[in-house]
Design a protein around this ligand. Structure first.
Ligand SMILES: C[S@@+](CC[C@H](N)C(=O)[O-])C[C@H]1O[C@@H](n2cnc3c(N)ncnc32)[C@H](O)[C@@H]1O
Length: 266
């Protein structure tokens, strides 16, 4: 299977009750009503879009969009009969296959983080909404917990093992690209620059001791290797053993997320 997105979402992403919370929080912020026409951008396996379908009722319409044909096929196969949904292969930054001014609401969750052209993406989201249309999104703010002081690696103190830790960190950073180049203030700024109004940002940051449940075999995101794969790629056997042992120790969690909602002015 060549589609990294489908591989991650359908086969590797660990199940998490938090996903339903994220979904409901995005949908609440989109203030969906019966009969609304909604586009979900980067629908993946349909987490947000299927939730939107329930909220807009039989007279509403949900357009599932993604760059992955495989994920759109997956959603199409899961779609209940008799509801108004469409499946369109298109993506940020330009959403080229979508008409302008067509939607009452646009939703997205953990999609912009994978896109380099974030300013252009906000302009496209604005374009596809009708005047008065609402935008609601959720994004992890990975730059908050991103590469930090040299002796901290994945929340663990790696004093004395800075070199192997730096090698692994360099590998993760090399695939991080657009995941680390923004924070919550950028989201606000970009929404405003695209012309949105009534912009609200709900930011949450968590720092604290974390029970050690590092998952060695599941990558942290679709584009990254797993920790086990990363260690295999860049460390000697001795470095790998030493660093792995250290990562069993106490960790500090650093995690931030943001919900943004906004409206295209009338
Ligand atoms: C982490 S998944 C999130 C999926 C879904 N929104 C959810 O909440 O479960 C990221 C999704 O974004 C899609 N994606 C990646 N780059 C994209 C782009 N440039 N435009 C639109 N979708 C994109 C991927 O195919 C994948 O389905």
């Amino acid at each position: 299977m060549n589609d990294v997105w489908a591989r991650w979402l359908l086969h590797r992403r660990p199940p998490s009750p938090e996903l339903e919370v994220f979904r409901d929080n995005v949908l609440d912020r989109a203030r969906l009503r019966e009969g609304d026409s909604v586009v979900d951008v980067g629908c993946g396996d349909g987490l947000i879009a299927f939730g939107a379908l329930e909220r807009v009722g039989p007279t509403g319409r949900v357009v599932f969009t993604d760059i992955s044909a495989e994920l759109l096929d997956h959603c199409r196969a899961q779609a209940p009969q008799g509801v108004r949904c469409e499946f369109v292969q298109t993506g940020l930054p330009d959403l080229a296959a979508l008409p302008s001014g067509a939607f009452d609401a646009a939703t997205l969750r953990s999609v912009l983080i994978y896109v380099n052209e974030k300013a252009e993406s906000f302009h496209s989201l604005y374009r596809v909404l009708r005047p008065g249309g609402r935008l609601a999104m959720f994004e992890p703010i990975n730059s908050f917990g991103g590469p930090g002081p040299d002796n901290i690696f994945m929340g663990c103190d790696v004093t004395g093992l800075e070199e192997p830790a730096a090698k692994v960190m360099a590998l993760f950073t090399s695939v991080a690209g657009p995941m680390l180049d923004f924070d919550e203030r950028d989201l606000l700024r970009l929404a405003q620059a695209a012309g949105f109004t009534d912009i609200t940002l709900d930011y949450r940051a968590e720092v604290g001791a974390e029970p050690n449940h590092l998952n060695w075999d599941v990558p942290p995101n679709p584009l990254a290797p797993s920790l086990a794969e990363a260690f295999e790629q860049v460390l000697t056997a001795a470095e790998s053993t030493a660093l792995r042992e250290r990562l069993q120790g106490p960790r500090t969690k650093r995690f931030a997320t943001a919900y943004l909602s906004a409206r295209r002015p009338h």
